[in-house]
Design a protein. Sequence first.
Length: 279
Amino acid sequence: AKAAGKNIFAFYHTEMTRQARRRLELEEALTTALARKEFVLYYQPVHDVASGRLIGAEALVRWQHPEWGLVSPNEFIPLAEETGQIVEIGARVASEAARQIRAWTELGLEPGVVAINVSSRQLARGHFPAFLRSVIEENGIEGHRLEVELTESSLLALGERTTDLLREIRETGVQLAIDDFGTGYSSLSYLRRFRVDKLKIDRSFVNELQVDGGSLGIVKAVIAMGQAMGLQVQAEGVELDSQLDTLARLGCDSFQGYLRAAPMPAEQFQKLLGASQSQ
Ligand code: C2E
Ligand code: CA
Ligand code: CA
Ligand code: CA
């Protein structure tokens, strides 16, 4: 029995070492990726529910690794948040989105509003609003062309600084959205305190719209609340006509999802912009 116990310990020990080594490798690979500029943005179209018109996009980061191919953010964002590398990655994302908005505008295209995802670690840096302002100015774009998506948990993580930070962000003209709304700690009082422009209904609720009566109730309530507070409501992860029909009936403003389009490279989104304008 004693020998077996020892073996188990040895196993866990090796397993832990293996995981630690893997983590370190990934961290180093991220540093290399930053140096080699391997991060690219994909754009997922956002459409107006009532008219079906293309009104913007969500920019989603991808890691174009020379050997591994296109790596999903789910594979590296959590680690980058832990190591702090998210600050540099996030800065690249914001600059690239702004550069792209400028490029499309110069081509005579109308990109609408482009949303970027921002982690709490980026916000906690303190100079985030100033950083945003410089990105807007350096690229010569209008602030309202950009939208910042924050999760409920990152708003809470910042504690007392949140109200000031959100106000400073909105002063740059950039719009604010609460991402994955309904999955975290949501309360009416904080929505009143933290002024935002948009609520994004999490994909999990949209997903269950046709099977689960509870999700329908939640989606209904979020849309009604958004309307009562003068906020836009956007649904994500719309995959079925039936989901879109329900959202339209409930008065949801905008949506994104595989039903219309998956996230795509910038060139492809640019073609979509061109096509939607020549209609
Ligand atoms: P998110 O912000 O909730 O982004 C939505 C995710 O849902 C995206 O996954 C998108 O591809 C996916 N999606 C969109 N429509 C559908 C649909 O109809 N069905 C299904 N099944 N999925 C759909 P993606 O691009 O893999 O991003 C995953 C997460 O990674 C994001 O979740 C976000 O939390 C994070 N992320 C992505 N880009 C960035 C970034 O630039 N900065 C930070 N901090 N996080 C990012
Ligand atoms: Ca998002
Ligand atoms: Ca989301
Ligand atoms: Ca999500």
